[in-house]
Design a protein around this ligand. Structure first.
Ligand SMILES: Cc1cc2nc3c(=O)[nH]c(=O)nc-3n(C[C@H](O)[C@H](O)[C@H](O)COP(=O)(O)OP(=O)(O)OC[C@H]3O[C@@H](n4cnc5c(N)ncnc54)[C@H](O)[C@@H]3O)c2cc1C
Length: 305
């Protein structure tokens, strides 16, 4: 039977895993992962589940969830230390209330600090990697070490951690001092803007933008919104089973009561195809797929295109 994963994701989708291990701090994560490595048991790590589409049939592996409702934030040698399990938005609030600027753009982004670093999350042209000093990592052999941010190959919604499989135990950020009232106001503005543009995942389950914005073709160009290409390609008309394109944002999929992960997968495929047919290029996926999908006519696959 296993443990259901849907409640651990903002999309409320996905079947069970073989076993779920919950870790809320670096020490418990280190202990749990070391034991799995010693036993040779394959595992998958998740954080807040806000960037994950998990297959309806679930994941045939142990899932380790690194997530904590209690923010773990300290100041050390002028730098702010935070555990990877801390909820990103709670971290933003804690830094503002302590008078530190630099991560306000992450206000309202769901998920954990660890998940944010792996995908270099951000908004309004800024990302968490801009203020990251170093990270404490654990590799696939259980070795724990600290690396400077410059070694993470951080780019737009990208880091080497997406392929290396290293786990972010904690992070150190160097944040400038800021005016608390001005920062509080800025945060409220950002939250209002997000409420106007994005679905609230608590009432309209989703995983944020499905595709990355489009990189410029020359150094003189600017990154272009994937949503613009999707809208021009007419995807707002598309629907698969219980999965729809969000009417206010063509790069977001939401689901009705009966929507399945397979519906979302197939809709995302059709959205990508519509842009390819209209503009002749492939969008790059931002969300991660976990498990096997069976898109129409294909062999079961975890691949997308
Ligand atoms: C409504 C909504 C709005 C959003 N808006 C934005 C936005 O404005 N900007 C933006 O960048 N993103 C946005 N997102 C996407 C998402 O919130 C971010 O990608 C987030 O940083 C993912 O973090 P998570 O903890 O939920 O990761 P998960 O979804 O749990 O995992 C994502 C990947 O990260 C890996 N991972 C998670 N934690 C760790 C860790 N500690 N160490 C190593 N690997 C780890 C997982 O293995 C997985 O591969 C939005 C999502 C939603 C639902």
């Amino acid at each position: 039977m296993g443990t259901p994963l849907a409640p651990l994701t903002t999309f409320q989708l996905g079947g069970p895993c073989r076993e779920l291990i919950q870790c809320a701090d670096p020490d418990s994560l280190r202990t749990a992962v070391s034991a799995l490595l010693r036993a040779g048991t394959p595992y998958v790590l998740i954080g807040g589940g806000s960037n994950l589409l998990i297959a309806d049939e679930g994941v045939d592996a142990v899932v380790v969830r690194y997530f904590s409702e209690e923010p773990a934030v300290t100041v050390k040698d002028g730098a702010v230390e935070v555990s990877g399990a801390t909820i990103l938005d709670q971290f933003v609030r804690a830094t503002i209330e302590a008078g530190w600027d630099g991560v306000i753009m992450c206000s309202g982004i769901p998920g954990t600090v660890g998940g944010a670093i792996v995908g270099n999350a951000g908004a309004f042209g800024k990302q968490i990697g801009d203020v990251l000093e170093s990270v404490e990592l654990m590799d696939a052999n259980g070795n724990v070490y600290r690396l400077p941010a410059g070694d993470l190959d951080l780019g737009y919604r990208r880091s080497r951690l997406q392929v290396s499989g290293e786990v972010v135990l904690s992070a150190r950020l160097r944040l400038p001092a800021g005016d608390m009232n001005a920062m509080r106001r800025k945060r409220e503005e950002i939250l209002a803007l997000r409420r106007a543009k994005h679905p609230d995942w608590r009432t309209e389950p989703c995983i944020g933008s499905i595709f990355r914005n489009v990189e410029p073709t020359s150094s003189a160009g600017r990154r272009q919104a994937a949503g613009w290409f999707l809208e021009e390609a007419g995807v707002k008309e598309l629907r698969v089973g219980g999965a729809f394109v969000y009417p206010k944002h063509a790069n977001i999929i939401i689901k009705g009561e009966e929507g399945t992960a397979e519906d979302v997968y197939e809709l995302a495929r059709r959205m990508a195809r519509a842009v390819r047919d209209r503009f002749g290029f492939d969008l790059v996926r931002e969300v991660r797929f976990l498990g096997r999908f069976h898109a129409a006519g294909d062999a079961p696959t975890t691949r997308f295109f």
